[in-house]
Design a protein. Structure first.
Lengths: 284, 574
């Protein structure tokens, strides 16, 4: 049996009251409830307050470059597909700096879980607009308010036929835990966009602001199998903000296409230099 | 009698120059000749003016010369641009297609289209007529060509093989019977000693990687590096390799590092522009001490530059790419043998020292065909330097960056029972978790940089070729090896005391060995395919020795022996 305690307790660099604490709690609970041992789990991350999360629980960690939480995750998953791989990132890291990897890994569909701490602001650099900041939000850089159209990660993911698209809220740990469990269990690329208040820099999208708007979608209200309905649902934002699984499309994963993985993880293979002899003959 | 003969094929992209060139090269090699080919092409799929040049000799050759004996002109530009390269040679041309204003003895009309139509009923066989005609002028044993054509068109079926042979035979007979000075270009075939390979640098790099057991390659296609990715991809299923075309070069190297961290042998392939995008991830490999092999095939920059031409212009960039300081290794093959053995070695160095290792080539080495002995795979060793499960079991705790006297920490991989592996792009302590304290920074920086000193001990001394106690030492790195060898041979035969020092282990330089070798050296002349003498600067900085003269070329073309000798004369070195 794996327990939450197996993932340890670490001192963090986060602001008191930050939504990140709740996300960390939900990830630990999800992993423990799924019976994953720390050495079986790999967390990759980029740069930002969110990307420090892997340092705060016991697991394998690849804390890489800004915007690049996904590429090492894919590389590691190919090398050893028995690992449970989660990429932990933020709205700036994933949707801004790393946007290309977000788009193309949805297409690639590796069996990894992407958790995006979406606080609609840059925290680590102290309060600039992110790709998901609301129109009109004023910051020290966006003096006249944000006028770039906010990126809707769920709509974007559904438009790319992402295998699993969901949204959670850091203020609802029970729901978020279940969502992360589903995402990990889903075979394919799973997006969990997590609404997360930034207590220091986002004075607009506060804990209160989110709490007044979010609601859990019930299965009777929304079938995640219908892509068009899922897209429509993903556009709902403002007075009411839906939480839950928006879209699920079971399809072969990236690893499923790689025949060389069918006999076991790549990392277990041994090479034989003399096997190249047969190729050399074709140059004679 | 020594044979040294050059055939050049000129035409537009899409006219099949490469097929003609490769068939000729294989035919000559089959008969026992040494063969060397180069390609000059523009960055377009159709049109333009390209050439494919084949040189044969019974002596070893590793460079192209400037004099052309037989020019097969498939377009007008071939005549306009290359007629002056022919002194005592001949131009094979179909004057039904290309009008020649002033016919003279330099031209030999071969009605390629007409012969193809008459003999095979289809003009597509006209290239085979041209091949046959060239061999007819040489009164070459037709049987070798027949064998090569059969092998080349194997997959296309018997009818196509037969038609190609028929067309070639008709071209051969036409030339033999109608050329005024018959058999002027006759060559004596060396006694058949096949068993050697005819291979390009890119293929040799790919084979070296496969022999070393590469397991994951992520890359974005970029000329002139793409051939390596393509070759490995074609063999991937048989060799248990995963090849992934990344969305960009940033993803490519970051994917490679993730896979390497998880325990497989990895590489990426690129050219200078793509490597620019990898610079940040290079630093990530540095601070996380993650092994990676980076194959970088150079082309002239900056930016898009001359995509299909050659240059050695990226050395200083590769030496210092990425912010901060960390150890790296640069290997620069000069021949297909080097490409094969050094690529395999690169994987061992990367894993032993847990650093990024570059194999730097260029378009000239990538695309040229060389004859060489079959590579000896029994010489390839695979040293992974990974902690086994048993070794790990004895440990109370595992710290990825454990401080050791050498600076090299024992490397475990994620998934090994009971332990976790933590790596971080931030400065970190022994555990891998971020640590911004000054004391820790000093320890970790020293740990990483210590490995560079250790690595220097594994760098091979440069290869010396030629005269003992030379007055002039020609220094080169990478692909200038072939032309410089020929320069030494030519100048030695003319009575000069000259030798060549060829560097394949460029960084870190084996300084002590170099100083020993050059203790009584005469004039040092550094020959490079770039505008600023990038290796000369590195050499001077690291060894404290002075380079007396720089010979430089950065017009997109590779060196010929003649070009180097002219430059030496201009600089009054000889």
């Amino acid at each position: 049996m794996v327990s939450v305690e197996d993932f340890g307790e670490y001192e963090t660099e986060w602001c008191p009251g930050c939504g990140n604490f709740m996300i960390l709690k939900a990830i630990k609970r999800a992993l423990a409830e799924l019976g994953k041992e720390p050495h079986e789990v790999l967390l990759t991350s980029g740069i930002g307050q969110s990307s420090k999360l892997p340092h705060y629980l016991k697991c394998n960690v690849f804390n890489g470059l800004h915007g690049r939480s996904l590429p090492p995750a894919i590389g590691a998953k190919v090398a050893n597909h028995e690992l449970t791989v989660l990429a932990v990132t933020g709205d700036g890291d994933c949707y801004g700096e790393g946007g290309n990897h977000f788009v193309h890994n949805i297409r690639r569909n590796p069996d990894i879980t992407l958790i995006v701490h979406d606080n609609q602001i840059y925290g680590l650099t102290k309060g600039q607009a992110s790709p998901t900041s609301e129109l009109g939000m004023k910051t020290k850089i966006q003096n006249h308010g944000v006028f770039n159209t906010p990126l809707n990660p769920l709509s974007l993911a559904i438009s790319l036929d992402c295998s699993f698209v969901s949204r959670g809220f850091a203020g609802d740990v029970d729901h978020l835990t279940e969502l992360i469990k589903k995402a990990i269990q889903h075979k394919g690329f799973s997006l969990v966009d997590v609404l997360q208040p930034c207590v220091s820099f986002n004075k607009l999208n506060t804990f209160k602001w989110y709490s007044e708007r979010v609601y859990r979608m019930e299965e009777k209200d929304h079938s995640p199998k219908d892509r068009v309905k899922a897209f429509e649902k993903s556009l709902e934002w403002g007075e009411k903000i839906p939480l839950g699984v928006f879209y699920v499309n079971e399809k072969p994963t990236f690893e499923d296409h790689l025949d060389v993985l069918s006999s076991g993880p790549l990392v277990k293979n041994k090479a034989d230099p003399e096997k190249v002899d047969e190729l050399l003959d074709s140059f004679i | 009698m020594n044979t040294d003969l050059v055939i050049k094929v000129g035409g537009a992209a899409g006219q099949g120059l490469q097929t003609i060139g490769v068939v000729l090269a294989k035919t000559f090699k089959k008969s026992g000749f040494n063969v060397f080919t180069t390609q000059f092409y523009l960055s377009r799929v159709r049109g333009g003016h390209n050439t494919y040049q084949v040189r044969i000799s019974n002596e070893p050759i590793r460079a192209m010369t400037e004099k052309v004996d037989i020019l097969i002109a498939l377009d007008e530009a071939s005549i306009n641009e290359h007629l002056n390269e022919i002194s005592d040679g001949v131009v094979i041309v179909d004057t039904d297609v290309i009008k020649i204003e002033q016919m003279n003895d330099s031209f030999f009309h071969v009605p390629m289209l007409k012969i193809a139509k008459d003999v095979c009923g289809n003009k597509i066989y006209s290239n085979s007529v041209a091949i046959g005609a060239a061999l007819g002028l040489m009164c070459f044993n037709f049987e070798y060509l027949e064998r090569v054509l059969t092998a080349t068109f194997q997959k296309k079926g018997d009818e196509i093989i037969a038609n190609n042979i028929k067309a070639a035979r008709a071209g051969y007979d036409h030339a033999k019977n109608n050329f005024p000075s018959a058999c002027k270009f006759a060559v004596k075939e060396p006694l058949g000693k096949d068993g050697r390979m005819l291979i390009a640098g890119n293929d040799a790099v790919a084979l070296g990687a496969l022999a070393a057991g590469v397991q994951f390659l992520a890359a974005y296609p970029m000329t002139p590096s793409t051939g390596v990715m393509t070759y490995i991809s074609a063999k991937a299923d048989d060799f248990n390799v995963v090849v992934e075309q990344a969305e960009d070069e940033i993803a490519a190297l970051n994917m490679v590092l993730g896979a390497s961290y998880a325990g497989v042998r990895t590489m990426t392939t690129t050219s200078g522009g793509g490597f620019c995008l990898m610079a940040e991830a290079l630093g990530l490999a540095g601070i996380t001490e993650t092994p990676a092999v980076i194959f970088l095939s150079q082309r002239p920059g900056p930016a898009t530059g001359l995509p299909t031409m050659t240059e050695q212009g990226d050395l200083q960039f590769v030496l210092t790419a990425a912010q901060g300081e960390f150890p790296r290794c640069i290997l620069t093959p000069g021949t297909p043998d080097d490409c094969f053995y050094l690529t395999a070695k690169a994987f061992n160095i990367a894993e032993k020292f847990q650093i990024p290792v570059f194999v730097m080539s260029d378009q000239y080495l990538a695309d040229s065909l060389f004859t060489c002995e079959k590579f000896d795979t029994s010489k390839i060793e695979i040293d992974r330097h990974l902690l086994s499960d048993d070794e790990l079991k004895d440990k109370k705790e595992y710290n990825r960056y454990e401080l050791t006297p050498t600076g090299i920490s024992p490397r475990a991989i994620p998934g090994q029972a009971g332990f976790t592996v933590v790596v971080d792009s931030d400065e970190h302590n022994e555990t891998g978790h971020l640590d911004q304290t000054i004391d820790n920074r000093i320890l970790m920086n020293e740990k990483r940089m210590k490995k560079l000193k250790l690595l220097e001990k594994e760098m091979e001394a440069p290869k010396l070729y030629g005269y003992k106690k030379a007055d002039i030492t020609l220094i080169g790195w990478g692909s200038t090896y072939g032309p410089l060898l020929e320069v030494v041979d030519i100048l030695t035969s003319e009575g000069h005391a000259v030798d060549h020092l060829h560097f394949t282990h460029v960084y870190p330089l084996p300084v002590d060995a170099i100083k020993d070798m050059l203790a009584d050296a005469g004039k040092l002349v550094c020959v490079e395919n770039n505008a600023t003498g990038q290796f000369a600067r590195l050499f001077e900085c690291e060894t404290g020795l002075r380079i007396d003269e720089n010979i430089l070329r950065s017009d997109g073309k590779p060196y010929t022996p003649e070009h180097i000798i002219r430059a030496l004369e201009q600089k009054k070195v000889i």
